[in-house]
Write a protein that binds this ligand. Structure first.
Ligand code: PLP
Length: 430
């Protein structure tokens, strides 16, 4: 494979864009730091780089592209939106329709507000939880990413009764000290944190199914216990469904697992590839947001017709019969094919999968917490990623990310991927 154009663009890009990328993971630093592939166009399950290479895409833009690239129904919605003018700074009928669609799919959303990114959605739910409870601290779970606002860029202290430390330069220690981080799937540490900080805790923030150290499901009953412990303490429960909403079914992880949070943050899929975020939840809590209440949230682009109309089109595609059954079938076959390769070539790896999302961890340990994913072999993942890239299969460039299957992946794509994975495993084991 020839990457010469991508390679030469790296130097030019770095002269103009800081670090050559607009989001750090695109630098491929976690997989050996080669020149990032510069993509030119996408169609269906594939995208094509500036050197003319074709890739089967499992990155799916880190999640939003669940209907593949340039889906005709979505493209039509974008064209229609463009013809009608893409921004008015006023209310529209589209946003009302879309809010209703979200509420029909996820009943805990008694009221909804649209914002522009997952970061904004999570940040705002935290602000509202603080306004509602009149408390400042939040508890979050190790390894879960919730965007790049100050409060969620905080690393864990050494135990459940320890306050956080900044995970990024520029996050004040004072902010980090309002965050406590505990391991996912560990109810004892959560209980200890809540008992220790008691009436200082405004909310527990959780990805109900983790998507940020691979795909990790909660233990049976874990989320029910989170609700019980938090509510007994008069703290709220916030679900970050930025990855999970409409990922595994037409609805959220909360529908799939049959538990309800007080507030939910969403993004990614609901914009069909355009910038969006949304949050919502219990009416008595949402009423604390301006213009009804004292907690402020606003946005020039919030609810913009382009994103809203694209999001509606995306959900229309996902609502069609058999969509998630097909994602499940393709996911199952992909998992099975990769597992055969793991067994055949004696690779020390295992897979977590749910419907059309999966992660291969280069460790023999079953991953149920961040520490397990963290101890998986990064060098092996890097070798796997780079060899697979040269087979025309594009994964996310990090051992912590998931593979995402789209509605446009075909059985042929999956079989081709399995064969490529086997060839790569053969090389890795020799
Ligand atoms: N929450 C989760 C679970 C995410 O995975 C992400 C992004 O990857 C975010 C929030 C932030 O979303 P955005 O990148 O749209 O700001």
């Amino acid at each position: 494979m020839d990457f010469s154009k991508s390679e030469s663009l790296k130097n030019i890009s770095e002269q103009h864009i800081l670090g050559g990328v607009n989001s750090p993971s695109r630098s491929y630093k976690a997989v050996g730091g080669g020149a990032p592939i510069v993509m030119e166009r996408g169609k269906g399950s594939k995208f094509y780089d500036v050197d003319g290479n074709e890739y089967i895409d499992y990155l799916a833009a880190y999640g939003p592209i669940i209907t593949g690239h340039a889906h005709p129904h979505i493209t039509e919605a974008i064209k229609n939106a463009a013809e009608d003018g893409i921004l008015y700074g006023t209310s529209t009928t589209h946003e009302i329709k879309f809010a209703q669609m979200l509420q029909d799919a996820i009943p805990s959303l008694e009221r909804v507000r649209f914002v522009n990114s997952g970061t904004e959605a999570v940040m705002t739910t935290i602000r509202i939880a603080r306004a509602y409870t009149k408390r400042n601290k939040i508890i979050k779970f190790e390894g879960c990413y919730h965007g790049h606002s100050d409060l969620v860029l905080v690393a864990a202290g050494s135990g459940p009764s320890q306050l956080g430390t900044p995970d990024s330069a520029g996050v004040p220690i004072g902010v980090a000290q309002d965050v406590i981080t505990v391991p996912f799937n560990d109810i004892d540490q959560l209980t200890e944190a809540i008992e220790h900080f008691g009436d200082e805790i405004a909310a527990v923030l959780v990805e109900p199914i983790v998507g940020n150290f691979g795909i990790v499901e909660p233990y049976e009953g874990f989320l029910e216990q989170v609700n019980e412990i938090a509510h007994r303490n008069n703290s709220l429960v916030i679900y970050d469904e930025v990855i999970t909403a409409f990922r595994f079914m037409y609805g959220g992880a909360q529908n799939l697992l049959n538990v309800q949070p007080d507030l939910t943050a969403m993004g990614k899929i609901i914009g069909g590839g355009t910038p969006i975020g949304a949050y919502g939840g219990r009416l008595d809590i949402m009423e604390h947001v301006a213009p009804l209440g004292p907690a402020y949230q606003a946005g020039t682009m919030a609810g913009n017709p382009l994103s809203i109309r694209t999001g509606i089109a995306c959900l229309e595609v996902l609502k069609e019969d058999g969509v998630y059954e097909r994602l499940e079938k393709l996911g199952q076959r992909l998992e099975e094919g990769i597992q055969q390769g793991i067994d055949q070539y004696g690779i020390k790896a295992n897979i977590n999968r749910l419907v059309g999302a999966l992660t291969i961890y280069f460790t023999e340990e079953k991953v149920t917490q961040y520490s397990h994913a963290e101890s998986s072999n990064a060098e092996q993942f890097s070798e796997f990623f780079n060899l697979l890239l040269r087979e025309g299969i594009h994964l996310a460039p990090s051992k912590y990310e998931a593979w995402f299957i789209t509605t446009e992946h075909t059985e042929e794509d999956i079989e081709k991927t399995i064969k490529a994975v086997h060839r790569v495993f053969e090389k890795m084991s020799s």
